[in-house]
Design a protein around this ligand. Structure first.
Ligand SMILES: [Fe+2]
Length: 238
């Protein structure tokens, strides 16, 4: 039998859900039940960049950032909104065939929106200091050193076939950091993992500046990493 205590313990182990208050507040009869967090389907908006379009130059040019954020990321937000509206409509009409098809668009565009949002926040003009604190300790435990992580993450990112992403993730269940080579926006991801650091290796992310030199782009990107942001994500995910 699953008691509330054991359930909350499991929830915490699964990814900090209890720590977030999502489940604990809902489970306590004497606490106010929070309203569902979701808004109307199809109402997501493109988050502004956390810096100016020219702030990452010369590592990433203003032209790329304008196109990447204003066109490509915006297209995924639009695609996610469209999929949310379409699946709500199909559900209302009990159109099972349509639902199965829309699920693919939902995963693709939703993941595209999320990956890009984290990617922008993971960078900072001029970069930031090296990892510190618990994040640095975990990196040393799982990769030997920051250089070990850098070598592995950049190699994973450089060898993504076609469009995709390189990512550093934390698995709350497995209690380890992993690097992943993600295909498209959502394939070859690890179930239940939490993205801490991600780099976009779709050609739209670098081709204007680097042509086919993906490795040069990745080296420049590494110098932009905002380790404070990565550490904050790790603290939330543990
Ligand atoms: Fe992108």
């Amino acid at each position: 039998m699953i008691t509330r205590r054991s359930f909350l313990g499991s929830a915490a182990a699964m990814g900090g859900l209890a720590a977030s208050g999502v489940w604990t507040a809902a489970a306590d009869a004497d606490e106010p039940t929070p309203k569902p967090a979701s808004a109307e389907p199809g109402t997501h908006t493109l988050p502004p960049l956390p810096y100016a379009y020219d702030a990452l130059a010369p590592a990433i040019s203003e032209d790329i950032l304008r196109l990447h954020h204003g066109k490509h990321h915006a297209a995924y937000v639009k695609g996610l909104n469209g999929a949310e509206v379409a699946i709500a409509d199909a559900r209302a009409k009990k159109d099972d065939a349509a639902i199965a098809n829309i699920e693919r668009a939902l995963a693709f565009h939703g993941s595209g929106h999320i990956n890009h949002t984290i990617y922008w926040e993971n960078m900072k003009p001029g970069g930031a200091r090296e990892p510190a604190g618990p994040l640095a300790d975990q990196i040393k435990a799982d990769f030997g050193s920051v250089d070990g992580l850098k070598t592995q993450l950049l190699a994973a990112s450089a060898t993504v076939e076609g469009n995709g992403w390189g990512a550093l993730v934390w698995s709350p269940m497995l209690k380890r950091l992993y690097t992943l080579a993600i295909l498209n926006h959502q394939n070859s991801y690890m179930v239940g993992a939490v993205t801490l650091l991600i780099t976009d290796v779709w050609e739209h992310a670098y081709y204007l500046d680097y042509q086919n030199r993906r490795g040069d782009y990745l080296t420049a990107w590494w110098g932009l990493v905002n380790w404070d942001d990565v550490a904050g994500r790790f603290a939330s995910a543990r």
